[in-house]
Ligand binder design. Structure first.
Ligand code: ADE
Length: 387
């Protein structure tokens, strides 16, 4: 079948149907949407679920490498469920929002133990698994099981609110519920069209119906877009409650050992050429829960007063830098301290990344720099250790 023939056929079949919102989205997705993302190939529930969790707060381009590495190391749900949590956190390192990785591991174990290794085939059951909210449940259920339910992530919310002229305040949960009901009423008639429809909402929201400067002239549903007709495209959707950003200062004490002289070390924010570093597990609650991190202090004074006078003299304090979290800006200052009492040969370079399971939390230890690469480390710590 030649390409023009195929196009004519698609046109004929869509023309036979009323030109609903869903019909126009499906036709648009077929021509302009994304079709070759790795999780669209062999789109089994495990791969779709994994991609949806990775994509929750992260853009497609940043997810691609992680998805490839993850599915290579854990090709099946069973392998993921049976892996130590620290391996999962290690592979996740750099993606941020580690709660996602913890929930991912927990959900994999639940699917193994409670559902015999098969994801439950409905959004109502999926939403009960850790880390799966209503929109992620709808994405998995519609893509993998053809359930007629609408996703309502940020992109879909924006697109639907604009098209419907929905002006209720979406920071209120009643408004969110109402939009979900309206969204569910827009899905295609045929269940088999659900995977493409879900992808169409994501693609149209990401590619055309963007927050700023939306490309309405290219949009397949602009003719009856209520926001457009009433000149409120950039005003919708409405969300009044804004989270206030706060700032937090953190001082890291980076004890390191190295075989080279200080003159040969490259000093900037980070030090290139170190052999080992002292890390401890963070508390179970709060920022970077349970990840490995250098000892951390609120103030430079507190950090200094934990040191001997000799150590204070050797301390190398770097310029602070900013690291942005969802609701917080961290101002981080690294203080490097060469340790002369510990030798590299005394460090067990086999201390595996499984360690957090086997020793009590908060107890620090030395890590050879090479193996610490595989540990679950907060992004800024990773940047400091591996410049
Ligand atoms: N964001 C969330 N899910 C996605 C998907 N399946 N494709 C592209 N972007 C997404």
């Amino acid at each position: 079948v030649s390409a023009p023939n195929k196009k004519a056929k698609a046109k004929a079949s869509t023309q036979a149907l009323p030109n609903t919102f869903a019909v126009r989205l499906l036709a648009w997705q077929e021509v302009h949407g994304r079709h070759h993302l790795p999780w669209q190939i062999n789109a089994d529930p495990y791969r779709v679920w994994l991609s949806e969790i990775m994509l929750q707060q992260t853009q497609v381009v940043s997810v691609l490498d992680y998805f490839a590495r993850f599915t290579q190391k854990f090709p099946t749900l069973q392998e993921l469920a049976e892996a130590p949590l620290s391996d999962v956190l290690g592979l996740w390192s750099g993606l941020g929002y580690y709660t996602r990785a913890r929930n991912l591991h927990k959900a994999a174990q639940m699917v193994q133990s409670e559902f015999g290794g098969q994801f439950p085939p409905s959004s109502a059951e999926l939403v009960k698994l850790p880390g799966i909210g209503p929109s992620t449940a709808a994405a998995i259920a519609s893509i993998c099981f053809h359930e007629r339910v609408s996703i309502l992530d940020g992109n879909a919310k924006r697109l639907l609110a604009r098209h419907l002229g929905f002006s209720d305040d979406l920071s209120q949960s009643v408004a969110h519920k109402r939009l979900q009901t309206l969204a569910n009423a827009q899905v295609p008639k045929l269940a088999q069209d659900m995977p493409r429809y879900t992808q169409a909402l994501m693609d149209l929201g990401a590619m055309l119906c963007t927050q700023r400067k939306p490309k309405c002239e290219a949009c397949p549903v602009s003719t009856d877009c209520q926001a457009r007709l009433t000149d409120r495209v950039e005003a919708l959707p409405i969300k009044t409650r804004k989270v206030k950003r706060s700032q937090l200062r953190m001082h890291f004490l980076l004890r390191y050992i190295t075989a080279v002289t200080d003159d040969d070390l490259q000093l900037k924010h980070s030090i290139a050429g170190i052999d080992a570093v002292y890390l401890e597990q963070r508390p179970a609650k709060g920022i970077w829960a349970e990840l490995l991190c250098p000892p951390c202090f609120d103030t430079e004074e507190a950090l200094r007063s934990s040191l001997t006078p000799q150590e204070q003299q050797r301390l190398k304090t770097m310029h602070s830098f900013q690291h942005v979290l969802t609701h917080k800006d961290l101002i981080i200052q690294a203080h490097w301290l060469r340790d002369e009492k510990v030798s590299i040969s005394s460090i067990d370079s086999t201390n595996s990344p499984n360690r957090p399971n086997s020793t009590p939390p908060n107890e620090g230890q030395w890590y050879a720099i090479n193996q610490s690469k595989e540990l679950g480390l907060p992004v800024p710590v990773r940047k400091l250790l591996f410049p």
